[in-house]
Ligand binder design. Structure first.
Ligand code: HEC
Length: 449
C-alpha cells in the first residue's frame, strides 16, 4: 500500500460502499413460497402483487415492504391461476384441485368457493360487470358472479382446453386454447364461437395492449399482436427459442414482456415491436409475469419459488441463493448464519415459521426448541389432528424423513403444504441449520439432539 492520499481514500471507499449498499436496499426478490410460483397478478394502483404457488398457498405482497401481507390458505393442491380486481380488493384463484376461490384481499379471508369437476387452468375478472371467468380442463368456461360465486353461464369449447382468458369491450370473453384457437364467449348467455382457428400451437398468454390491440403468446416462441375486435394479425415478435410460458402488458400499452420455459424474458417496446431488453438467466421456466408500480417494474414468477423484480438499475440476478434481499429477509427472521446452505434453504420456511424464543407462531408453529419435542406440541397452535396424533418426536432422523418423503406422505393429512427436498445433502444442511438456530443458547437440562 502506497497510501499517497491517506485521507481521501477511506472516504472514497466508504462512499463507493455506501452507493453499492444503497442499491440492493430496494426489494428485488420476494421470498415466501415453498414451491414453484405459477401465477402472478398486480393491482392497478401499483401497491399489491398476488402470487399463487405449487405449495398450494397464495401470498398477497406489498412489494415495497418485501414481506408477505397475507398468506391465503384454502387450496388442496397447486394453485394454477390468479386474478386481482383492479382496485386490489378482491382476488380469485383456481387450482389443480378444481376449486375456484374468491378472497377478501384486505383481510385474507375466503369469500366463497366453487368446486368444479376439473382442474382450473385460467381465471380473469371483469370488474365493471362484477364477473369472474374460469376455464377448466373439461373444456368449459364458466362466468361467475364475483360477489357470490354463482354460475351465470357456462360455455363449452367442444373438448378444446382453455389456456388464457381476456374480456374485451363488446362484452365478450376471448378464450385461447391449447390447440391455438381463439373463441369468443358471450358473457350473458354463454354461447361460444370460434373466432380464430387453431394453429396447432397452444396459446399460453392473452393480454390487452390498448383499446385496439391484444397480444397472444404461443408455444411456437412467437408473440403475435392482433387487432381488436377482428383479431387480424398486426405483427409477429420473434425473440424466443423456446415455448413462451408467460406474457404481460404494461399498463398504458407502451411495453410487453414475454417469458419462456428456458428462462429468457424479453421486454418489447411498442408500437415498434423492438426487443428492448433481454433478461437472462431466469432460473428455469418463467411461469408468469406482471408489471407493477410507477414507473412500472416487471416481476416474474418461476420454479425457484421466488417472485423477482427486473427493473432498470436493479442488480443482475445472482446465482442460486445469494440474492441480497432474500438474505436480508432470512436474516430479519432468523438469527445469524446467512450465507450458509442451510440458511438459504430455510428461506422456503420463513414465511410460515420462526425459530426464536420470541418469534411466535405464523401460518406454521414456531420451530424454537424443535429437536426433542413431540410433533404437534406447541401450546396454543391449531395443529391438524393427524400431526398432533402422529406420535412423531422431532429429531434429525424424523425431520429428514419429513422432507425426504414430503409432509403429505410422512404425516398424511398435515396442514403443511406439500414440499419435498430430494437432495440428502440439502436436507442435512437444513437440519444442521435448524439445530443451531432453534436450540436455546443458555444451558438446559435437555441433551441437544
Ligand atoms: C406455507 C406455510 C409453511 C411453509 C412454507 C413451511 N411450513 Fe412447516 N408447517 C406449516 C404448518 C401449517 C404446520 C402445521 C402442520 C399441521 O398442523 O399439520 C407446519 C409444521 C411443521 C413442522 C412440525 C412442527 C411441530 O410442532 O410439530 C416442522 C418440523 C416444519 N413445519 C418444518 C418446516 C420447514 C423446515 C420448512 C421449510 C423447508 C417448512 N416447515 C415450511 C406450514 C409451513
Amino acid at each position: 500500500m502506497t497510501d499517497r492520499e491517506p485521507r481521501v481514500r477511506p472516504v472514497l471507499a466508504y462512499l463507493t460502499w455506501a452507493l453499492l449498499a444503497a442499491a440492493p436496499a430496494a426489494a428485488t426478490e420476494l421470498v415466501g413460497h415453498g414451491g414453484a410460483v405459477r401465477a402472478l397478478a398486480a393491482s392497478s394502483d401499483g401497491r399489491l402483487l398476488l402470487s399463487g404457488s405449487f405449495d398450494t398457498s397464495l401470498i398477497v405482497w406489498r412489494p415495497d415492504e418485501r414481506a408477505p401481507l397475507h398468506r391465503l390458505l384454502g387450496h388442496e393442491a397447486a394453485v394454477n391461476a390468479v386474478a386481482l380486481a383492479p382496485d386490489g380488493a378482491t382476488a380469485i384463484s383456481g387450482g389443480e384441485d378444481g376449486l375456484l376461490l374468491a378472497w377478501d384481499v384486505a383481510t385474507g379471508a375466503a369469500r366463497w368457493r366453487l368446486a368444479l369437476e376439473s382442474k382450473v387452468l385460467a381465471v380473469t375478472i371483469e370488474p365493471e360487470r362484477g364477473l369472474a371467468a374460469v376455464g377448466s380442463a373439461d373444456g368449459r368456461v364458466r362466468l361467475v358472479g364475483l360477489q357470490d360465486g354463482t354460475i351465470r353461464a357456462t360455455a363449452s369449447l367442444e373438448r378444446s382446453r382453455p389456456t388464457a382468458l381476456l374480456f374485451v369491450d363488446d362484452g365478450s370473453l376471448l378464450v385461447a386454447t391449447h390447440e391455438g384457437a381463439v373463441w369468443a364467449v358471450d358473457a350473458e348467455h354463454g354461447t361460444a364461437s370460434e373466432r380464430l382457428s387453431g394453429s396447432g400451437f397452444a396459446i399460453t398468454g392473452l393480454v390487452r395492449i390498448d383499446a385496439d390491440r391484444l397480444a397472444a403468446a404461443s408455444i411456437d416462441g412467437m408473440v403475435r399482436l392482433r387487432r381488436l375486435p377482428d383479431l387480424a394479425l398486426l405483427a409477429e415478435l420473434a425473440g424466443h427459442e423456446a415455448p413462451i410460458s408467460a406474457l404481460a402488458a404494461q399498463p398504458g400499452g407502451a411495453r410487453l414482456a414475454s417469458g419462456d420455459i428456458r428462462g429468457r424474458i424479453v421486454i418489447w417496446s411498442l408500437p415498434d415491436g423492438r426487443a428492448e431488453r433481454v433478461l437472462e438467466p431466469h432460473r428455469g421456466p418463467v411461469w408468469d409475469l406482471a408489471f407493477l408500480g410507477t414507473p412500472p417494474a416487471l416481476w416474474s414468477a418461476g420454479n425457484d419459488s421466488i417472485v423477482r423484480r427486473w427493473s432498470e438499475g436493479d442488480p443482475p440476478p445472482e446465482p442460486v441463493g445469494t440474492a441480497d434481499s432474500a438474505r436480508n429477509l432470512a436474516a430479519a427472521t432468523a438469527p445469524a448464519g446467512e450465507g450458509e446452505r442451510g440458511a438459504k434453504l430455510f428461506r422456503a420456511c420463513v414465511a410460515c415459521h420462526t425459530v426464536t424464543a420470541d418469534g411466535g407462531n405464523r401460518a406454521g408453529p414456531t420451530l424454537y426448541r424443535l429437536f426433542g419435542r413431540p410433533a404437534g406440541s406447541v401450546p396454543g397452535y391449531p395443529y391438524s389432528e393427524s400431526l398432533a396424533k402422529s406420535g412423531i418426536v422431532w429429531s434429525e432422523e424424523t425431520v429428514d424423513r419429513l422432507f425426504a418423503l414430503g409432509p403429505e406422505t410422512f404425516t398424511p393429512g398435515s396442514k403443511m403444504p406439500l414440499q419435498r427436498m430430494p437432495d440428502p445433502a440439502d436436507r442435512a444442511a437444513l437440519i444442521a441449520y435448524l439445530k443451531r438456530v432453534t436450540t436455546p443458547r443458555e444451558p438446559t437440562t435437555e441433551k441437544g439432539g
